[in-house]
Design a protein around this ligand. Structure first.
Ligand code: SD4
Length: 333
C-alpha cells in the first residue's frame, strides 16, 4: 500500500470512521457510521444555546421559521447577547481584563465544516459577525487582536467603547484586592454557545464571549477555538461549551463530544463523558470551577451536562422556546 493511502486510512480510523482496505486495489471504503437510527422523524428546526438566553434563541428561531439557514440563525442569535450590556460575559458590557480592556473572542462553523474565529478583539461589539467575515471573506480561519480589528473596520464594522460604566465600576472594585478567581455560574447568563438545525437538517454553530473577567491581557479561552468551545460536523452533530476555558481546551471538549456521537453515543451520553474526562484528570480540582456542554445530533436529539449545578440551556423545538436545567456531576452538597 502506498504510504499516502496508509496515512489516509490511519487518520480516518482515529476519528472513528471505519475504513476497509481492499488489498488488491489499495482502496478505502467507508462503512456505515454507528450513528444511532432511532426511527423517529428528525426534529427540525431546532436551536439550543448555553444559559438562560431566551431572546437570543428567539432571534435564531425567527430566522429558521422563515426558512433561513442555521448559519444565519446562530449569527443572529448570538448578536442579541453581544448587544445586551447586562450580559457581562459577552460583547458590549463584558467585564474587562485586569488592565481594564474588554477583549472579545468568537467563532462560527457552517454546515460544510467551515470555520472562522477572532480572538482578543477590542472595540467591536459583533465579533460573531466578524468571525463569519473571516470564514467567508479571507483565506484564513483565525484572526487576532489589532489585525482582526482593522479587518473589521475594512468590512464596515463600527468602532465602539465596550467598557460600560457598570463594568468599569466592577473592575475598579476588583482592583482593590486584585484576586483572580473565576466565578462559577456568573449571573446565570454567561458565554453563549449556540447550535441550530434548519429545515434542511443542516447544522451550524457559534460561540461568543468576553472570556473570563479580569483575565491576564492577551488571554484567550476555549470559545473561539475549533474543537474546544465549538465543533460542528454536519454528518453527525455539534457541541459547544461554557465555563473555565482552560479545562475545555485541554480536553478538546466539543470535538470529543461530536466524535463520541459519531461512535454511537447520544448527545447526553457524550456530554457526560466529556465532563468526566475533565473530572477524572489526575489532580483535577474540578470542584472549584464550572464547565458545561450542550450538544445535538443530526436527528435533533440533544443533551447538556455540567460539573456544578445551575447550568441551564435554552431550547427551541416544536415551536417552543424554554429554559431547562442541565443535569450535573457534583450531586452532593
Ligand atoms: C472562556 N469559556 O473564556 C469562556 C468563558 C465562559 O462561562 O464560558 N464563561 O474561558
Amino acid at each position: 500500500m502506498k504510504r499516502r493511502n496508509f496515512l489516509k486510512n490511519a487518520s480516518l480510523s482515529t476519528i472513528g470512521v471505519v475504513a476497509a482496505v481492499n488489498v488488491a486495489g489499495c482502496e478505502t471504503k467507508k462503512e456505515e457510521k454507528a450513528i444511532p437510527v432511532t426511527g423517529k422523524d428528525p426534529v427540525r428546526p431546532l436551536v439550543i444555546a448555553t444559559w438562560n438566553t431566551p431572546s437570543a434563541v428567539n432571534a435564531a428561531a425567527e430566522v429558521l421559521a422563515k426558512g433561513g439557514t442555521s448559519l444565519d440563525a446562530v449569527e443572529q442569535g448570538c448578536i442579541v447577547e453581544e448587544a445586551n450590556v447586562k450580559n457581562t460575559t459577552v460583547g458590549k458590557g463584558g467585564l474587562p481584563d485586569r488592565d481594564g480592556r474588554v477583549t472579545l473572542d468568537a467563532c462560527i462553523m457552517n454546515k460544510e465544516g467551515g470555520y472562522g474565529a477572532v480572538m482578543c478583539v477590542q472595540n467591536i461589539t459583533h465579533v460573531i459577525s466578524l468571525a463569519r467575515k473571516v470564514m467567508e471573506e479571507t483565506p484564513h480561519v483565525i484572526m487576532v487582536g489589532e489585525g482582526a480589528e482593522q479587518f473589521g473596520y475594512s468590512q464596515g464594522f463600527k468602532k465602539e467603547n465596550l467598557l460600560t460604566e457598570s463594568s468599569k465600576k466592577a473592575w475598579e472594585k476588583w482592583k482593590e484586592k486584585s484576586e483572580y478567581k473565576p466565578i462559577i455560574n456568573i449571573e446565570n447568563h454567561d458565554t453563549i454557545g449556540m447550535l441550530a438545525i434548519d429545515e434542511n437538517g443542516d447544522i451550524s454553530g457559534a460561540c461568543t464571549t468576553s472570556g473570563l473577567a479580569y483575565k491576564m491581557a492577551g488571554r484567550v479561552g476555549d470559545s473561539p477555538v475549533i474543537g474546544s468551545g465549538l465543533f460542528i460536523d454536519n454528518e453527525v452533530g455539534g457541541a459547544t461549551a461554557t465555563g473555565l476555558g482552560e479545562e475545555v481546551l485541554k480536553t478538546v471538549g466539543s470535538f470529543l463530544i461530536v466524535e463520541l456521537m459519531r461512535q454511537g453515543k447520544t448527545p447526553q451520553e457524550a456530554c457526560e463523558e466529556a465532563i468526566k474526562r475533565i473530572v477524572d484528570k489526575p489532580g483535577s480540582n474540578y470542584k472549584n470551577f464550572q464547565v458545561g456542554y450542550v450538544a445535538v445530533n443530526k436527528q435533533g436529539d440533544y443533551g447538556a451536562y455540567s460539573i456544578h449545578k445551575h447550568f441551564s440551556y435554552n431550547l427551541y423545538k416544536d415551536k417552543e422556546n424554554k429554559n431547562h436545567k442541565s443535569d450535573f456531576y457534583i450531586k452532593e452538597g
